[in-house]
Design a protein around this ligand. Sequence first.
Ligand SMILES: [Zn+2]
Length: 288
Amino acid sequence: MKKKQFFLFLLLVTAFFGFYFLGKNNFFPVNLKLFTPQKIAQTYPTGTPTPTPTPKPLTFAEMNSLYGPCVRVPVLMYHHVQDMEVAVGKNQAALTVDTDTFRQQMQYLKDQGYRSVYASDVLNFFDQGTPIPAKSVLLTFDDGYDDFAANAAPVLREFGFVSTLFVSTGLVDNPGYLSWNTIAYLTAKGDVLFANHTWSHRNVGANRADVEREITTADNQLAERGLNSPKLFAYPYGLGSSWGKEILEGLGYKLAFTTRPGSTLCEKQRLELPRARVGNSSLETYGL
Ligand SMILES: [Zn+2]
């Protein structure tokens, strides 16, 4: 019996010292700290390092929280629409989408279930929250070439697509460009919206006074004909200066398109919206 009690005593003593030393480790905070998640996070870098210095494009959700509200609308930019043979003869191939290719592109949009919106619909989304349905596309044509009326407009009408034209008003009525009469005719048809692209197709990288005069002159010429209300703009050659946006803001402009790629249109970027220049490839290659 005594032997049994002794062993029990020995067991208790061992257990006591065992727990004591085990517990003693807990008195060394250094040891503990080594295993806290914070310490691990500090010691080991989390996430995968970026293989190249190219910044990762922001997701829609990230853009929405930074610059929103945002809407996903691909904005396609066209210039000439004409037969490529004619374009080559006029040295306009680089800015031309062949008429047959253009028709195939519009057919593709229709087959994929796209509908078209005006640039002013984007403004209504920003200002009034008017929703833009999914699978909307914005078709824009720059400079005001006369082949728009001859080649693009009939195809657009056939597919029931609306468009927004950015015209350089000083070029109107010149050979190769739309006339004010044709602009009035297209406006009356109700499926083309005309907007500002400066007076002489001037880069906004020019000096401030010149740019202001260019935009104001075009603004007045459009307003005289009841056009460009609300005020919409597309930068010739893209956004080439830090003052381009300031000038537009001062003149009451509500939206402006650059040549920056992307299809997420955000309210806080309303004067530097992205646009994709379309060539003669399938629209599938532009992510549509
Ligand atoms: Zn242009």
